[in-house]
Design a protein. Structure first.
Length: 459
């Protein structure tokens, strides 16, 4: 059969435990322009689906004794292999309610036996077309996701440029990385960026907050357990180290580990092997560990609160994430990033930040760092009545903390132009007078910036 013919017709897999029925349907579908194949039971059908993609699965609802499941079970497993696959079930008149149940589980339609061949051809054409549309939508979503995926770490300040350069150097290695920084500075995002840029990016990235579990639960999460290891361990369970094999494991708040857990972690890092809780057999692992903390582990090690040998194991490469107050020129960029993120997530059309809001954000110290800025933007998107975020959409206490925005140069309430002027001045100061960079931060072109500067008497 020519490739053009397959492209026009599509691929159909017929599953029926009656050989003659299978042969007849394959013959009819082939003459109609499809590439058709058959299988006599669910096992053979799944094996064929694993070898090649199909557009349509045409299956009997009641399969023979050699099948390990009925048509509905086959449909559900087939859909996991090929999400765009459409399924049409065939059934005798006495089991039409079963066909309706199949449709409730996602079947495209059903055919009642004895089959009407014209109906088979017509329904197959509709199902194959539907399958192709589903596949195109899935492909488009994936393309858009890949094309529009925002960078994990947003920022163009010198501090961020330095961090990103170091991540680029560190990522290809297998070395353990320790991330330091205040709460809310984006340590997990940095860990994901390292993983994404590494040779392990095709494997799993798993994260655990070491301060969120008791010692016993954390041991089970990290190392897994054997059946009967402790009360409630009713079956064997692999831990995160095993689950992340070949990939990256992010240990957040590693400084919160108890001394006993520090010993167990040190052993795993040294020997690249682990024992499940209650186990007696060493299990080899291949995992890159990235740890993070907001504590000063060097000082903790000196006082004995954190094991010095574990600190040295984790401290192979150390990266410090700057606080938001140390990268203030990134605030407008980050604010707009979160504004668009939550506008899309919440189905809102909030697209702009007023100059007054930009001025408030520029002057605010952000003790909660990026996480606080993100929360502010989510709140603003929820409260905004139009397309622009205004000061009234920010928390009242944040507005009250901005005295420089309460009065203008002439003693009265500031105008929009006055606040815009103040913000432009601040951005220019942060960029050392670099107008191109200032325009980029303000999300306007150089010509627009020049006009605003001239209007404000700053050119």
């Amino acid at each position: 059969m020519s490739a053009d013919r397959v492209l026009r017709g599509g691929r159909v897999l017929v599953v029926d435990d009656e050989p003659i029925a299978c042969e007849n349907l394959v013959h009819v579908l082939t003459r109609a322009g499809y590439e058709a194949a058959s299988a006599r039971d669910s096992r053979a059908a799944l094996a064929e689906l694993g070898r090649a993609p199909y557009d349509l699965l045409l299956t009997d609802l009641r399969l023979g004794e050699s099948s390990d499941q009925d048509g509905i079970g086959l449909m559900e497993r087939a859909r996991k292999l090929h999400p765009s696959l459409e399924v049409v079930v065939m059934t005798g008149y006495a089991t039409v309610p079963g066909a309706v149940e199949a449709m409730n589980h996602g079947a495209f339609s059903y055919l009642a036996k004895p089959l009407n061949l014209d109906e088979v051809r017509a329904l197959s054409a509709k199902a194959v077309e539907s399958s192709r549309l589903r596949r195109e939508v899935l492909d488009l979503r994936q393309q858009l996701k890949n094309r529009n995926a925002p960078p994990l770490l947003v920022g163009k300040s010198p501090a961020m440029a330095s961090l990103l350069k170091t991540i680029e150097q560190v990522a290809p290695t297998a070395s353990t990385v320790l991330l330091l920084g205040e709460t809310g500075t984006g340590k997990e995002l940095a860990a994901r960026a390292i993983h994404q840029a590494s040779q392990r990016s095709g494997k799993r990235f798993l994260a655990v907050n070491c301060g969120a579990f008791s010692e016993e639960l954390l041991a089970g999460e990290l190392f897994g357990h054997e059946k009967g290891a402790y009360t409630g361990a009713t079956e064997r369970k692999a831990g995160l180290f095993e689950a992340a094999d070949g990939g990256t494991l992010f240990l957040d708040e590693v400084g919160e580990m108890t001394p006993a857990m520090q010993v167990r972690l040190l052993r795993v890092l040294q020997e690249r092997r682990l024992l499940r809780v209650g186990g007696t057999t060493d299990i080899p692992i291949d995992v890159r560990v990235i740890a993070a903390t907001n504590k000063d582990l060097a000082a903790e090690s000196e006082t004995g609160a954190f094991r010095l040998d574990l600190y040295y194991r984790l401290n192979v490469i150390t990266l410090r994430l700057p606080a938001l107050a140390e990268r203030r020129e990134d605030i407008p960029l980050l604010a707009r990033h979160f504004l668009l993120k939550y506008s899309e997530l919440l189905g809102r059309e909030v697209r702009e930040l007023s100059p007054e809001v930009l001025g408030i954000l520029a002057a605010y110290p952000f003790p909660g760092n990026i996480r606080e800025l993100e929360n502010l933007m989510e709140r603003a998107v929820v409260l905004a009545e139009g397309s622009v975020v205004e000061p009234s959409h920010l928390p009242p206490d944040l507005q009250l903390d901005q005295p420089q925005l309460k009065t203008s140069r002439h003693g009265g309430m500031p105008t929009l132009e006055e606040n815009e002027r103040q913000h432009i001045l601040w951005v220019l100061e942060q960029t050392g007078g670099n107008k191109s960079r200032a325009a980029e931060i303000l999300s306007i072109d150089r010509a627009s910036l020049w006009r605003k500067l001239k209007k404000a008497g700053l050119s």
